[in-house]
Design a protein around this ligand. Sequence first.
Ligand code: PEP
Ligand code: MG
Length: 568
Amino acid sequence: MTTGVAVVLQGVGVGRRAAVGPVARVQPVPAVPGDAPLVVGGEVLTGERAQEVVSRAFADVSAALAGQSRRATGTVKDVLAATAQMADDRALRSQVLTRVGAGEPVVAAVDGVVETFATMFTQAGGYLAERVTDLRSVRDRVVAAAMGLPAPGVPELTEPSVVVATDLAPADTAALDLDKVLAIVTELGGPTGHTAIIAGQLGLPCLVRVHGVTDLADGTRVAVDAASGLVTVDPDDALVAELDRRAAAERALESDTDAGATADGHTVQLLANIGTAADAVRVAGTAAEGVGLFRTEVLFLEATAEPTVAEQSAAYAAALAALPGRKVVVRTLDAGADKPLAFATQPDEENPALGVRGYRLVRTNADLVEHQLEALAQAQRSTGQAPWVMAPMIATADEARDFARRARAHGIERVGVMVEVPSAALRAAEILAEVDFVSLGTNDLAQYTMATDRLRGELADLLDPWQPAVLDLVAATARAGTQLGKPVGVCGESAADPVFALVLVGLGVTSLSMSSGALPAVRFAVRSHTLERCRELAAGALAAASAQAARDVVVDGLDPDVRAALGV
Ligand code: PEP
Ligand code: MG
């Protein structure tokens, strides 16, 4: 028990979980000056002999990462393999060797080349920008290996701990003894970065962008709460008890695996978001009724050339085959802005979020769209499973009609589009008239409605899906769906919020798609309310004057037991 004012650090929570435990900091990279000489066996090496040492260092680091990748599973395995590949990158290594051969000190050469690559990645933005952490982890490991220093990385955990780092590369995460990791907290990184993805896959509470967290001494007891985004130093007994109670309540919710429905039996399909066939395999082991969003661009983030129809078809077929009899909504490539694809994204766009992205690719490279639809049709034939196929970033009914025509020409049976541009929401009826279903992408819908970059964490209050203007557009889309008798899903992050999910159901949304870990709480929230009650809650939210007021009015309207079970 402690007294006095608690020190509380604010960050961005990933998911809703919480944990309490001592801090274990990832040890910083040993500081080696850029001009440090390369000394081996007491001898200073330069020229060809220095090149040999550096070349071996790259090879050793790559082999070590590849070994870790082989021992790992799932996403961890993939990202480690990608980092190992980065260490094995010929361009990276040969540029370093050239500079070392020309007499540049080893540390300065590795650092200089890596920073050039890092600048390129940062300028590319989105996913590539988030790989910069991995690139710098390769640099630190190569420098340590060349200089004969221990590999930088995570501490040996002697007790269950909250792992704290400036940023965490996949390689660091893989080295963690997961039985002893209670939570992950970082100073840097984004909510869609590797740390967040891996923590999500592992079911660990995670906070990113927690300024000042690495100043905490090892052993400091902290409470980490992803739902509130807070790290509380020396939490009091009341907070610890509250988080324990929430964790127990969440575990209890996992036992309900029935199909999604309100208390009075109104069906609400509960689906999972995936990015790879491996994700589909994982989803198969959950109570998700299928997949509401397969982000196909995730398959090809590393590809430098367009994947062949056969390669694409194999990937889609693998995902479909993993989920026999379950609904799978596949989205065609959403390249551009926060998801650049080397073979599809327009170079040098001044404003990529407003440029040739998503379905607009058809204007510059219609073949890409045609090839993907052909691959999906092949996967449909080979598996006997008909995917629902939708296009991203549709702004007009003409675009919806064009996509539907192309998709149907390939034999796709269920054709839809995403509603994530305000114009599409405002004209949802005309758009729905062209297709079989729509899915609301509330991440982008909030971004475009509120003119707020979704990657800027510090503007999160404007990006809030509870913003009245965003709610109005969701309501307009759902209303059109009800009028036309066509399904309207939601696959943005907002669907994972069990309170917001009730509003969505009340507005007429027919399916909710989210990361599979969020499903139990959403299933419980929906099951605990009648459709009529959801409608009342939605009406209250729509009538509110601000995002905060909208959320407050819905939370206040929840049964106290439900509130307690959900920890809201
Ligand atoms: C969205 O925009 O809400 C969405 C689901 O798509 P993405 O996050 O992939 O842009
Ligand atoms: Mg989107």
